[in-house]
Design a protein around this ligand. Structure first.
Ligand code: PLP
Length: 241
């Protein structure tokens, strides 16, 4: 095994152990929590190595990166998951290339995606991104708008809402971080009680995933702890921070 692949294997094993430990701590079954590796800024070679280690779903924050990587990795059978802010005029590429969108946060995007998916003749799982922190910088639907939004989504035949996604506040205070995750879980529970079948909770990243798991996360999106530090800082992905 080349050195770089061995390093990746060790990182993947360590993060899986971290997930399992957080589950045990929370009294949860580790099989309830999926790992979504986030490959943004990393190139086809590294992703191919991760595929060789058993990964087949990858999160990307920008459509352009999926456009660049998907053709080169076409033989790998990768499911590309869009987790970043999505401009409406990029809906076409997402409908063509992504298996799932976790950053659905507004109606005009739902309309654009539905139109493009109809043209592609396919359906798509979506998670609704909710803004659970008071930070100006975070994207996402306002919590109050969630139930009406889910109701409206029923009119789009191609979109299958499966759950919710959030980014917690960027804070060193675990109490503040935890309250963001708790908010998302409560919103999910409320929606389920109203009859919406949206069990999934995509929450938790390298820095805060154990807290997210304690609050019921079913999917953690991990970049740095698997692939290493990125050449660009977070400001590149959340431009307004
Ligand atoms: C980059 C990114 C992640 C992963 O962040 P790390 O801190 O590197 O684990 C998770 N979610 C979204 C939306 C991202 O853009």
């Amino acid at each position: 095994m080349p050195n770089e692949t061995a390093h990746l294997a060790a990182n993947l094993a360590a993060i899986r152990q971290g997930i399992d430990a957080a589950c045990r701590q929370a009294g949860r079954d580790p099989s309830e929590v999926t790992l979504l590796p986030v490959s943004k800024t990393f190139g086809p070679d590294v992703i191919r190595a991760a595929v060789g280690l058993g990964q087949h779903r990858f999160g990307e924050n920008k459509v352009q990166e999926i456009r660049d990587k998907a053709p080169v990795l076409a033989d790998c059978g990768i499911d590309w998951v869009m987790i970043g802010h999505l401009q409406t005029n990029k809906a076409k590429d997402v409908a063509r290339l992504a298996s799932e969108v976790q950053s659905l946060d507004r109606m005009d995007l739902a309309e654009a995606l539905d139109r493009r998916l109809q043209l592609e003749g396919r359906t798509m799982d979506v998670l609704v991104q909710v803004k659970t922190s008071s930070e100006e910088s975070k994207y996402g639907l306002a919590p109050d708008a969630l139930l009406p939004f889910l109701e409206q989504l029923k009119t789009f035949g191609t979109l299958r809402p499966r759950g919710l996604m959030t980014l917690a506040i960027h804070s060193t205070d675990p109490v503040e971080v935890r309250s963001c995750f708790r908010r998302l879980r409560e919103l999910r529970d409320q929606a389920q009680a109203e009859g919406f079948d949206i069990p999934r909770l995509s929450m938790g990243m390298s820095g805060d995933f154990p807290i997210a798991i304690a609050e019921g996360s079913t999917e953690v999106r991990i970049g740095t702890s698997i692939f290493g530090l990125r050449p660009y800082g977070d400001a590149y992905y959340w431009p307004e921070t």
